[in-house]
Design a protein around this ligand. Sequence first.
Ligand code: BTN
Length: 234
Amino acid sequence: MSLFHIIHLKETESTNDYAKALLQKGELSAPFTLIYTDNQTKGRGRLGRSWESKEGDTLCMSLVAPYPRKPAITLLSALAVYNILKKHYCSLKIKWPNDIVAENKKLCGILTESTDRSAVIGIGINLNSTNFSQDISHKATSLKLLTGKNYDSFKLSKKVAKELSKLLRKTEGEFTDSALKKYSKLCVNIGKNVEFRDKSGTAIGIDKDGSLIVKTKESTEKISSGEVFVSGIY
Ligand code: BTN
């Protein structure tokens, strides 16, 4: 039995939107489905942002998995992508909750969305890009910029989907002790000064529920969503 079903699209606005439309129509029968597109024209990022991509340069995929609203999924997804990308470039970190970072710049972003029965895990990897728009050029990098090599986007998406579906099956979408330990070790926020909402403090750990624990002057807070700026990174 194959680990996941594959839908390969020439072009779509957003693989996450495509996945959600199929889920709504009840047209996804396999437990895990990879939706991959050669060209995403209206990609969405976290917190209502857009996601920049270019055909041939950016890997755009979504994995649909049978787990509703489990907060750890988004962090587990970062771990799975990390496991694949580190085979190509070894010095990678994770910026909470789920950016993959190299040389303090963003290599991959993940947008996880849930329906009542499934998770849609949207993954964007800057693969063969050599330039970015002015808005993000100071904080984005690509695998090609890091290694000088070109990558086959579809092939890599299948590796990511395989790794992620294996990890989710193994953990059932929960943050196991070993996943939490590994994530915490890789998390670039830990020990750094971070800014969130209108506050700042030192990130001291990751909670079992996936939130970032930050010690401010006044208290210790658990951050479960939103943007966190890490001093010296972005
Ligand atoms: C972020 O860092 O803000 C998350 C970016 C997620 C981008 C991916 S690309 C494939 C999938 N489809 C989308 O519309 N977004 C995600």
